[in-house]
Design a protein around this ligand. Structure first.
Ligand code: ADP
Length: 261
């Protein structure tokens, strides 16, 4: 019984998945889901077999951001079949629970829901997923800790805006992953700047903070994603920007991020 308390002992990795990469943030609203969805779409565009597991119990957004309707079916082994959109296999906690029920979630409930999502029919021996991207719930509370302890992650990407308050939380998130043994691959700075009509980069939420934070953590700054109207519109319309317009600076930044992951 003692050994089971060790975080890595009962950590699981889904079958037929080569790499599991989690996307985390210290708080909500910093663009964690936007980064998860576009990272997955960018990996698909680079020819990878990609899955996206939306584990954000507080606000599952993959179905909306990818324009997915309907419910997943089960395969002959009673595993969930991920839905497919934009070349991505998608499972979302939103497919299996009522919206607005996050207030009743407890760590063990979240873990068992996550287990059914994780054990979905992601691939086969002949055609495994290259990467499974997991969109984690924001924050560093008990539920998050329980979840990450159950996952055998190959790496974590921490998303933050340039504002110091968000960065302080990202530091706590980083400490949480350190404890579970998952390597932090780096920091993605979202809403890094807004390019005005003459191309001047306006640092609306400040600048330099994410780079300094990445240095403090001893990890690279993996990407600087600008604030873009087309990115916001694409999210709202259920289309990943990377899949519909790969010329914008944000789309380019997501593709570069995917090449570095
Ligand atoms: P989180 O997952 O961290 O809660 P979301 O990814 O849901 O945050 O983003 C919150 C909102 O901000 C969404 O409406 C999204 O479209 C918008 N958004 C996120 N990043 C950007 C960006 N770089 N430029 C424009 N809009 C953005």
């Amino acid at each position: 019984p003692q050994a089971r308390l060790h975080p890595m002992v009962d950590a699981e990795k889904p079958a037929h998945v080569k790499r599991v990469i989690a996307v985390a943030s210290g708080k909500g609203g910093v663009g964690k889901s936007t980064v998860s969805v576009n990272l997955a779409a960018a990996l698909a565009k680079l020819g990878k077999r990609v899955g996206l597991l939306d584990a954000d119990i507080y606000g599952p957004s993959a179905p909306t951001m990818l324009g997915i309707d309907g419910e997943p079916t089960f395969d002959e082994h009673k595993r969930l079949n991920p839905m497919e959109a934009w070349g991505i296999k998608v499972m979302s906690i939103g497919f299996i629970v009522e919206p607005g029920t996050a207030n009743i979630w407890r760590g063990p409930m979240a873990s068992s829901a996550l287990r059914s999502l994780m054990n979905a029919n992601w691939g086969t021996e002949a055609e495994p997923l290259d990467v499974l991207v997991i969109d984690l719930p924001p924050g560093t509370g008990d539920i998050q800790l329980t979840l990450v302890q159950k996952l055998k992650l190959d790496g974590v990407v921490v998303v933050s805006t340039p504002q110091e308050i968000a960065l302080i939380d990202a530091r706590r998130a980083a400490q949480m992953f350190d404890k579970t043994g998952a390597p932090i691959l780096g920091v993605v700075e979202n809403m890094a700047y807004f390019a005005d009509s003459s191309g001047v980069k306006v640092p609306i939420f400040g600048s330099g903070g994410a780079r300094a934070e990445a240095e403090r953590l001893g990890v690279p700054l993996l990407a600087e994603i600008p604030i873009e109207v087309p990115l916001r519109e694409a999210c709202d319309q259920g289309r990943p920007l990377v899949a519909v317009n790969d010329r914008s600076a944000a789309a380019q930044a997501f593709l570069d991020l995917a090449r570095r992951i």
